[in-house]
Every structure is written in structure tokens, then in C-alpha cells.
Design a protein around this ligand. Structure first.
Ligand code: PLP
Length: 415
């Protein structure tokens, strides 16, 4: 039998970027069974450079050329992937000294790295000043610490102010701005913080706002970007020097669950066109930045675990696989979800199977939380088959309790 031509996957919106040939899911052009052999063991994550490149190109096509695209590396800090991202985007956003090291090792230019996060420790601030990256200030304490560190190291200290805005991002999966928050400085306190920055002799470069994450509502994102812009413009009247950068955040979501659809990028692109035109007139010299994590890498990755055995308990069939929540906390529903829902999944070496059965897929951990798919219709699988979870390129390995219960860690492959 000759190999059939790869065909696209139907089913879930989230799977339409992948193709199938001879019953095997193709990842980076390679059939899944061969990829598993290449990996040497399961479970593993596999990320596709081709899909990430296509996603960045799609974004660049709708964004104004003057808007800078940053990668928020907490979404996926795999060193090889960060190196790849550094070659594709305009900057890397880090949230710890550990991430800073990875970004620098990956070859990101210090001028294009920004460092945000509450509770930056003295040692981390010192490392960031020595590296020459932009520090997004989130408290008055950080101003005092940085003044001391700058004097001690005899180096300029580049800062932006992370603003906790007076509005919230509607429709966001995770709110990170507005109301009382540990992130940033409340907008009403920003004028006093700007005065402190000026007195301390720090080099002020601009503002950073981040309203929330995992938003699939383009209108809500546009509204937040607009409000963020207005707030930055209003507060720029108190700035000690002209703005060089306004980071409007991101929050672009990806579809995980049935019924969810991809973001309407056109609306966001048009909104940013208008804001970029205003910025050119109202804050000359300032660059607009958006920072995206999961939108850039989330759909480009899968997680693969091997079926260890089938078990039938009182009429319900379980597939027990060699991976679980210790590698993929978000697919188990325990990473910020209020109600557990199934990620899109497949049996990656039986993509052409006709008949289906109702199964739950669980991992090897001794806890009922270790549930990867609950009562889904999947091709009848046997021990040795490869269970696949899509939409796994962000908040996977590094966002999971890999030490829990002493099982091996997941491999990560970049294709
Ligand atoms: C987490 C985070 C991001 C990335 O969020 P995504 O949902 O992955 O796009 C961006 N900026 C800041 C400040 C963050 O904390």
C-alpha cells in the first residue's frame, strides 16, 4: 500500500493546524510513531517551529509595522524554544532572574528584554541592572533598591512603570489588572512614583500595562488596549522624560474547549493601527509594544503519553497512560480553571479509526485529580498506543508539579 497524502484534521478548531497520514498524526512533518521513537521514551512535549513561525507571520501581517511584538517567556521557557523566539520577535519579557538568564543565554539583546513581576528580590534587581535590561517597576521599594544598586554598580538603571489600571479586562480567563492587585502600582499612585524615580536618578523609559490573559473576545481586548493607551497618555504628563515605550500588554487567548473560536485578529490589528497613528502624534518617540505568551506558542505544541493499560470499572472504561497532571496540570483542569473541561485530545496513531468508544483517560498518580480526558469518544485504544493532548505549547511542563509522586519528568522536543 502506498502512503496516502497528508490530510487536515477536522473535529475541533484547535486541531486544524495538524495533518494526518496513514492514521498517524504528523508533527513537524514526522509521523507520531516515528517521533516517539526519536524521543526515545514517553511522555513528551513536541513543539513545532513551523507552526510558531506561521503564527508570528500571521500576526505581523495585521499589526502595524511600528508595533513591537514581545514574547512573554513564562508561557514556555524551554531554552531552545526561547532561542527560536528571540530570532522571530522584537523582545522577550521575563519574570524572574532565572528567566532572565535563559533569555540572555538564548541570545536576546538586553535592550529588548523587559523584567516584570511582583516582589523582585534584591539579587534579581542587581542582576537585571548589570545585564542592562528594562525593569518594570512594581513598587516604591523597587525604586529605593534600584537607586542603591545603580550607584553601587555605577550603571544606568532603565525602568518603566507597571501600572495597575483603574479598569478590568472583560472576558478574560485570568484578570491581572484593575481593582486591588499585587501587580504593578495603582494608577492613582503613579504620579508620586514618577517623582520618586526622578529623584532617584533612574532612567525612565515608559509604561507597562497588563490587564489579563486568555481572552477570546477581540472587542474586549481592543477596549483594554484603548483604555491602557489613554491611561498611559494621561500619566505621561507626570513623567520626568518623554516616553520611549508603552507596553499595552496582550492577553490574546487560544481556543481550548468545544465552541471556542480563534480571536478575530483583524479587529485587533485595526485598533492598533489607530493607536499607533495617535501615538506618533501624541507621544512622539514612543514605541507601542504588545507582549504575548500562549498566543504565540500554545497551539504549536502537543503532549504525548503512552497507554499503559485499559481498565474497566463498573462499566466505565479507563485508559491509564504514563503521563498525567504532574506534566500537564492545565489539561487536568487544575491550573486556574473553575470548571474542569476536556482539552482536545486524540489517539495519535489511530487517527483514521472509524469506531469510537466512551473512555476516560487518567495518569498514574494516586489522586482522582489526575484526569486528562473525562468520558470522551475516542478510537478504541490498546496498551502501547499514543495519547495526544493538543493546545499544549504553553503552560505545560514548566507550569506543572513535576516532582509530585516521583515519576520521571516529561521530555521536551522542538521540531
Ligand atoms: C503571564 C503574562 C503574560 C503572558 O500571558 P499569556 O496568556 O501567555 O499571553 C504577559 N505579560 C505578563 C505581564 C504576564 O504576567
Amino acid at each position: 500500500m502506498s502512503a496516502s497524502a497528508p490530510r487536515p484534521l477536522p473535529a475541533h478548531a484547535a486541531m486544524d493546524q495538524f495533518t494526518v497520514a496513514d492514521g498517524q498524526l504528523l508533527v513537524g512533518g514526522m509521523p507520531l510513531d516515528r517521533l516517539a521513537a526519536r524521543a526515545g521514551s514517553t511522555p513528551f512535549y513536541a513543539y513545532s517551529r513551523g507552526l510558531i513561525r506561521a503564527r508570528v507571520a500571521e500576526l505581523r501581517a495585521v499589526l502595524p509595522a511600528s508595533v513591537q511584538l514581545h514574547y512573554a517567556m513564562k508561557a514556555n521557557p524551554m531554552p531552545a524554544l526561547v532561542g527560536f523566539m528571540a530570532s522571530l520577535v522584537d523582545g522577550i519579557d521575563v519574570a524572574s532572574a532565572g528567566e532572565l538568564k535563559t533569555a540572555l543565554d538564548a541570545g536576546a539583546a538586553p535592550r529588548a528584554i523587559s523584567f516584570a513581576g511582583p516582589g523582585k528580590r534584591t539579587a534579581e534587581l542587581r542582576q537585571a541592572v548589570a545585564a542592562g535590561v528594562l525593569i518594570n517597576l512594581e513598587s516604591f521599594r523597587e525604586v529605593d533598591e534600584l537607586a542603591r544598586i545603580g550607584a553601587e554598580l555605577c550603571l544606568p538603571v532603565r525602568v518603566a512603570v507597571r501600572i495597575n489600571p483603574d479598569f478590568e479586562l472583560k472576558g478574560s480567563g485570568m484578570r491581572m489588572g484593575g481593582g486591588p492587585k499585587q501587580f504593578g502600582v495603582d494608577s492613582e499612585q503613579v504620579p508620586a512614583l514618577l517623582a520618586a524615580i526622578s529623584c532617584a536618578g533612574l532612567r525612565f523609559e515608559g509604561f507597562h500595562l497588563f490587564a489579563g490573559a486568555q481572552n477570546l473576545n477581540a472587542e474586549a481586548i481592543c477596549a483594554a488596549q484603548q483604555q491602557s493607551y489613554e491611561l498611559a497618555l494621561r500619566l505621561s504628563a507626570h513623567a520626568p522624560s518623554p516616553l520611549r515605550v508603552v507596553n499595552l500588554g496582550g492577553g490574546f487567548g487560544i481556543p481550548y474547549f468545544p465552541g471556542e473560536e480563534r480571536l478575530n485578529l483583524c479587529a485587533i490589528g485595526e485598533n492598533l493601527q489607530r493607536l499607533a497613528a495617535r501615538a506618533a502624534a501624541e507621544m512622539p518617540g514612543a514605541e507601542l509594544v504588545i507582549e504575548l505568551g500562549r498566543y504565540l506558542v500554545g497551539e504549536a505544541g502537543i503532549y504525548v503519553a503512552r497507554v499503559i493499560e485499559r481498565k474497566v470499572s463498573r462499566g466505565q472504561t479507563y485508559l491509564i497512560v504514563d503521563g498525567g497532571l504532574h506534566h500537564h496540570l492545565s489539561a487536568s483542569g487544575n491550573f486556574g480553571q473553575v470548571i474542569r473541561k476536556n482539552y482536545p485530545v486524540a489517539i495519535g496513531n489511530r487517527m483514521d479509526a472509524g469506531s469510537r468508544e466512551l473512555v476516560s483517560v487518567v495518569g498514574p498518580l494516586c489522586t482522582p485529580l489526575d484526569l486528562l480526558a473525562e468520558r470522551m469518544l475516542l478510537p478504541a485504544a490498546q496498551a502501547g498506543d499514543l495519547f495526544v493532548i493538543f493546545q499544549s505549547g504553553a503552560y505545560g511542563a514548566s507550569a506543572s508539579p513535576q516532582g509530585f509522586l516521583g515519576h520521571p519528568q516529561a521530555l521536551e522536543l522542538l521540531l
